[in-house]
Design a protein around this ligand. Structure first.
Ligand SMILES: [Cu+2]
Length: 66
């Protein structure tokens, strides 16, 4: 299942790397894309949307459903 979130408070390459690393460490997503231009994070995972959102929130950003 694909989950997409708006993350308006990510602003630079550091933010992108931070979130990408969080999903890498999580190990429950098969694919993730962090797009700074559109401020969207798209994640393929069988986990619930809340779990995906929590990964983003835990590294300091504010996800909201698209
Ligand atoms: Cu940043």
């Amino acid at each position: 299942m694909t989950h997409t979130y708006n993350v308006p408070d990510m602003s630079c390459g550091h933010c992108k790397m931070h979130i990408e690393n969080a999903f890498k460490d999580w190990g429950k997503a098969t694919k993730w894309t962090v797009d700074l231009a559109t401020k969207k994070v798209t994640v393929d995972s069988d986990e619930r949307g809340e779990a995906v959102a929590r990964i983003i929130a835990d590294v300091g950003y504010t996800p909201s459903l698209v």
